[in-house]
Design a protein around this ligand. Structure first.
Ligand SMILES: [Fe+2]
Length: 248
């Protein structure tokens, strides 16, 4: 009868101001995210508990490890949309990719093989070791060729931590930033969390993404969304995050 005294109270989920995820690895069987359609459906359902209604699938395109191309991405999308339709799930899906800036990217760009997000956005990812050589020129070139580059999780690149002015320069040059909810949740460590919060405070968080690969990512984000930390950042995020403005 005193059970309630011992039950851990789960903090309530606030009503979210965005209903679109712009970065995740839920497309089945194309990278180290979801391995199959069944898992993809579970991950989609988990995001729906937050009120997510639309998801842009951004599987890795990375030299040597995940050499996806327009055909592999289209095939993965077909497998998933078929599974979603048979399950009668109302989620709205679109797809693009998370393009690591490497030799494969240069080749696919040159050959017109990049798959844009709706609205001509393109999610690009720096190397984790050092800033890609010629990054400014590349981003400029993408922009004059009709792409709107979004830098994936800039808070995860340690080489910027002692050079925050670089974030400002990149953002001032018209490059958009996508901050990971996982980083804000502390999943990538205390430094990434601190920098992610700083980016939000500066008004640089143009997009929020889950970067969800598996269910433990859902659990970490779910806990964070119910936290005081998130509630504190919500008013600022609401002003800058444009996830729902992408039309599809
Ligand atoms: Fe990712």
């Amino acid at each position: 009868m005193f059970d309630f005294l011992f039950k851990k109270k789960t903090a309530e989920l606030p009503e979210l101001f965005f209903h679109t995820d712009v970065h995740c690895h839920i497309m089945p069987g194309v990278d180290h995210g979801s391995p199959d359609e069944e898992t993809s459906l579970k991950l989609i359902e988990s995001e729906q508990t937050w009120g997510i209604e639309r998801i842009i699938l951004t599987s890795h395109v990375t030299e040597s490890t995940f050499e996806n191309n327009p055909d592999t991405l289209a095939a993965g999308f077909k497998r998933l949309t078929d599974a979603v339709a048979s399950a009668g799930n109302p989620i709205r899906l679109a797809y693009s990719a998370e393009y690591r800036i490497d030799a494969l990217f240069t080749e696919q760009y040159k050959n017109g093989m990049l798959v844009k997000m709706p609205g001509d956005y393109l999610l690009v990812e720096n190397s984790f070791i050092q800033e890609p050589w010629g990054l400014d020129n590349l981003l400029f070139d993408l922009k004059i060729n009709g792409f709107k580059p979004i830098m994936a999780h800039p808070e995860r690149f340690g080489y910027y931590y002692n050079d925050k002015k670089r974030y400002t320069a990149l953002h001032d040059a018209g490059n958009l930033f996508q901050v990971n909810l996982l980083s804000l949740a502390g999943y990538h460590g205390a430094d990434a969390k601190k920098i992610a919060e700083w980016l939000v405070e500066q008004g640089y968080a143009d997009f929020l993404g889950t970067d969800m690969h598996h269910i433990s990512h859902f659990e970490a984000i779910d806990k964070y969304l119910r936290s005081k930390d998130f509630k504190k950042l919500m008013p600022k995020l609401e002003k800058t995050v444009k996830n729902d403005k992408i039309e599809f």
